[in-house]
Write a protein that binds this ligand. Structure first.
Ligand code: F6R
Length: 240
């Protein structure tokens, strides 16, 4: 597992956008695994800027998102479907039918998650999976647990995740469940790029890089991935 430390989140976002751009130059029909949350926002803004400048196109790209809340209308302002459209999809030439998020309201969550994993396989697998990390070390919504998960599944969110994300839910209470790519699904990606910024992520990053590989800190599994890169700002890297 490699890591790079940046002086600013702007520089980090430029470097991350460079990685995506390099892939899209080589492979116009790349399969991207995407994340929501604060961490990737600047990278998405930079990708939109490059698209508007005519430097990249998403016309042949396929995307799969890490996770989606359960029991939240698809078009709710806090759904990850809405997030992805507002922060990336509405601003580039990606085809709606090539974007994939799990349906958090599916009647059969298990079936929905299995179908999602099958679709990823059918698409040829994920070329680059973008990740953020939770303060508790979660990736996707793989919360600290006794075992690493395998395929995608429905998860009960930990109180620490609810505390971290409930700031976005001013009207309705934050959902308690989500569908998430499993650790096995994430680890199958050919390349993994994780963004972590701010001191609140410092302990998770220390554990990820210096700690033992344990499902109590799910991000630590990246030590076992052959091509995982962590992009960190100085604060997130402050305990290394
Ligand atoms: C988002 C996701 C989560 C976030 C993590 C960090 O799709 O899967 O694991 O990446 O909770 O969130 P931020 O970036 O908001 O600090």
């Amino acid at each position: 597992m490699e890591y790079r430390i940046f002086a600013s989140t702007d520089e980090l976002a430029l470097a991350c956008a460079d990685i995506f751009m390099e892939l899209l130059k080589e492979k116009k029909n790349a399969v991207l695994g995407l994340a929501t949350g604060a961490s990737p926002v600047k990278t998405y803004q930079e990708l939109i800027r490059r698209y508007e400048a005519g430097e990249i196109s998403f016309a042949d790209v396929t995307t799969f998102n890490l996770d989606e809340y359960c029991d939240l209308p698809k078009n709710d302002k806090n759904s990850y479907y809405t997030f992805m459209h507002e922060n990336l999809f509405n601003h580039v030439d990606i085809k709606e039918e090539n974007t994939h998020l799990m349906d958090g309201n599916a009647a059969d969550a298990e079936l929905e998650a299995a179908a999602f994993d099958a679709l990823i396989e059918e698409a040829g697998g994920i070329d680059i999976q973008l990740l953020g990390v939770g303060r508790n070390g979660h990736i996707g919504f793989n919360e600290p647990a006794d075992h690493f998960s395998d395929g995608s599944f429905k998860v009960k969110l930990k109180q620490s995740t609810i505390d971290a994300n409930s700031i976005y839910f001013d009207e309705n209470p934050m959902p308690r469940y989500a569908l998430t790519m499993g650790i096995g699904t994430i680890m199958k990606a050919k390349k993994i790029v994780l963004i972590a910024t701010g001191e609140k992520k410092a302990e998770a990053i220390r554990a990820a890089i210096k700690g033992e590989v344990t499902p109590r800190c799910p991000v630590s599994i990246l030590q076992r991935h052959p091509d995982a890169l962590l992009l960190l700002d100085k604060e997130a890297a402050s305990l290394l």
